[in-house]
Design a protein around this ligand. Structure first.
Ligand code: SF4
Length: 688
């Protein structure tokens, strides 16, 4: 029996993995502060991933487009990829080769992937799928607090709250054990849907505010207006610990609740009641999730929620605050170690000369050889195979054929590459397109560390041997780097050695891991970053000062604007997407778990019966949900509590059931986050 952590979301529940009677493996919950002995349905069934008959166990090589890939040995696959990458670099330059990572990769993989791109390939073209997940909250958190850590406090502190506002976060489905920390609080759930979390709030003396998708920035401004009118602002906190309130207020001053009602559809009386509920709480939190962040104005929207929290004096004291509920398993660590286009390890900016000098020193290369910032995730994917874009892509831990916006456009770009290389445990929809597939280990088959949503570094332990023929992602990077002329010691495949180097590279940065060691983690120490060598972890940030040089938090002046695409006569409805309890992200793992596949086997569209009737849809029949970009097939589910102007689809499914066939890749100007959560669609019955 091995103590490790869940393969899925950022709560990273602790679990035991042990052999099962049928020869496979099973999971059982373990005591840990975040999950307190609980698991959700995905965690309980994660053991079946380890014995899955779908595992890839042999490298695959396709030398001719259209031909089936053939099994080859590891040396043949590695030699082929290294040779093609070297030839492309010599012929078209270093940026002709791109790298794409994922927010589920361990800290060690995230770090080594960034180093591999900058040192072994010399390319600036690296980004990861966390750009589609956390980037708006990260950008807004940085400008408000000077430090971006999803929750700057332990999850267990939430139990001290009297009121919690959850904006665009359906935690009752996406991370159910977290609900156990919220039982003492009245919840204000902001979500266009009557989600499971909204149902919970209404059943427990809370509130559900259901704004039109793409308008929650206006709702946050209306709440700030109402809070000030009710005399709820914390004048002492504003004066002593913040800057910029007056400029932010100049925008919010025009958003009296009746105006916010006209834009959002949320009743002015409810806006005032919610402001009172949160503002009068002795302890309160504002927590945001993807629903509020995945917009072309996601950064400003999160800033509006942070402004509300600051105005009420919530951040900077125990039992209250602002936090972002990170989604992917290593969504936090994944954005700290350098697999992001604009970052180096330690959460350093790649355009900062001092940061470049420090990291280059650890890597033993001249700072001037490190490339500068590259394209963001969608811009990178959209440039693939074009005249000015990369001709080859190495992809780890991601499945953009399902998870990227305007997914068929991305699929076409991948098809235009000279070389697509995918490392995965399963034949994902993206791996199916690859010229080379490396079969790699998964969660409980390897050691490594993850950083959960509260910035705590955790040990993922190996509980079983991988199938014969499978190697780790670190082995892939090591094998390629050596073939590209780097010294073997520069790219170790041993995770503990990578963690030690990561610690040195991050030392002195915001996300300092130099004090994180396997021994300290194994002893049970709670190592929240920053954790310099010899120092304890830092579970609570900002109690004395925020991360900006003057120690103050900063308001940001933000204004509401429409979604990039609004309904019209041709596309009269708004579509929004999200996750469900029994599936996870692109479904590459969970669609292979029999219990989960049986629970949620197909895409569906939640729609109000009156809206459905106008399009000729019947409950249980099939619909085509179409935008200007594409159409998705989905089973119709009537929801009498749905907004008349809004439909909802989960995004976990493949083929013609991919919700991202219709989503809008319009990007946030700061975070480069695509607008997954609001676009114009129409419905039609689909009997085919
Ligand atoms: Fe795994 Fe997240 Fe479920 Fe916990 S809540 S068992 S980490 S998927």
């Amino acid at each position: 029996m091995t103590l490790t952590h869940c393969p899925y979301c950022a709560l990273q529940c602790a679990m035991h993995v042990e052999p099962a009677a049928d020869g496979g493996y099973r999971t059982r919950p373990a005591a840990f502060p975040t999950n307190r002995g609980g698991l959700c349905r995905k965690g309980w069934t994660a053991g079946s991933l380890l014995g899955s008959p779908d595992r890839l166990t042999t490298p695959l090589l396709r030398t001719e487009r259209g031909a089936p890939p053939r099994p080859v040995d590891w040396d043949t696959a590695l030699d082929h990829v290294a040779g093609r990458l070297r030839a492309l670099r010599e012929e078209r330059g270093a940026d002709s080769v791109a790298v794409f990572g994922g927010g589920g990769l361990t800290n060690e993989k995230s770090y080594l992937l960034g180093k591999f791109a900058r040192v072994a390939l010399g390319t600036s073209q690296i980004d990861y799928n966390g750009r589609f997940c956390m980037s708006s909250a990260a950008a807004a958190g940085l400008r408000a607090f000077g430090v971006d850590r999803g929750l700057p406090f332990p999850v267990t502190d939430l139990a001290e709250a009297d009121a919690v506002l959850l904006a665009g976060a359906n935690v009752a489905e996406t991370m159910p054990p977290l609900m156990g920390h919220l039982t003492g609080a009245r919840l204000i759930v902001v979500d266009p849907r009557r989600s499971a979390t909204a149902e919970h709030a209404l059943a427990h003396d809370g509130m559900h505010l259901a704004p039109r998708p793409g308008t929650d920035l206006a709702l946050a401004l209306g709440l700030l207006h109402a809070a000030r009118a009710e005399g709820l602002l914390d004048a002492g906190f504003l004066a002593e610990r913040t800057t910029g309130f007056d400029a932010a207020w100049r925008h919010a001053a025009a958003w009296w609740p009746e105006r916010a009602e006209r834009v959002t559809g949320v009743a002015a009386a409810d806006i005032r009641a919610a402001a009172r509920l949160l503002g009068r709480a002795a302890n309160g939190y504002v927590l945001t999730g993807r629903g509020t962040e995945q917009h072309a104005k996601g950064t400003d929207t999160v800033s509006a929620w942070i402004n509300l929290a600051l105005a009420l004096g919530l951040p900077g004291r125990r039992g209250s605050g602002y936090g972002c509920l990170t989604g992917q398993g290593n969504g936090q660590g994944g954005r700290e170690h350098g697999q992001k286009a604009d970052q180096l390890p330690g959460y350093r900016r790649i355009d900062d000369p001092a940061a470049r000098a420090h990291v280059a020193g650890v890597w033993g290369v001249p700072a001037e050889t490190l490339p500068g910032p590259g394209r963001s995730a969608y811009e990178l994917l959209d440039a693939l195979g074009t005249g000015g874009g990369p001709a080859a892509l190495l992809l780890l831990g991601s499945n953009p054929v399902v998870s990227a916006p305007d997914a068929d456009r991305v699929r076409n770009r991948l098809a235009a590459l000279d070389l697509l290389v995918v490392a995965d445990s399963f034949m994902s929809e993206t791996a199916e397109m690859a010229d080379v597939v490396f079969p790699v280990t998964q969660w409980a088959e390897e050691d490594g560390t993850m950083t959960n949503l509260e910035g705590r570094v955790l040990r993922r332990r190996r509980a079983c041997a991988p199938p014969t023929g499978v190697r780790g992602d670190l082995d892939v990077l090591h094998g390629l780097a050596v073939r590209l002329g780097r010294r073997a010691a520069e790219f170790p495949a041993d995770p503990d050695r990578v963690l030690a180097e990561l610690g040195a590279a991050s030392a002195g940065g915001a996300a300092d891991y130099s004090g994180v060691t396997p021994e300290r983690l194994d002893s049970g120490e709670a190592l929240h970053w920053p954790c310099p060598a010899g120092a304890p972890g830092a579970p609570r940030l900002f109690l004395d000062r925020f991360g900006h040089p003057d120690g103050r938090a900063r308001f940001t002046a933000v204004e509401h604007r429409d979604a990039a695409e609004v309904p019209d006569d041709a596309y009269p409805l708004i579509a929004t997407t999200g996750r469900v309890l029994a599936q996870y992200q692109s479904g590459a793992q969970t669609r292979r778990v029999p219990e989960l596949a049986a629970a949620e086997p197909e895409a569906y569209v939640e729609v109000h019966p009156d809206t459905a009737a106008r399009s000729g849809l019947t409950d249980g029949g099939w619909a085509l949900v179409s935008s200007r970009r594409g159409s998705t097939r989905a089973r119709v589910r009537y929801r009498a509590d749905a907004r008349l102007d809004t439909v909802f689809l989960p995004f976990h499914f493949a083929g013609d059931q991919r919700a991202n066939l219709f989503t809008n890749p319009a990007l946030d100007p700061v975070s480069r986050m695509p607008e997954f959560k609001a676009c114009a669609v129409r419905l039609a019955a689909d009997d085919g």
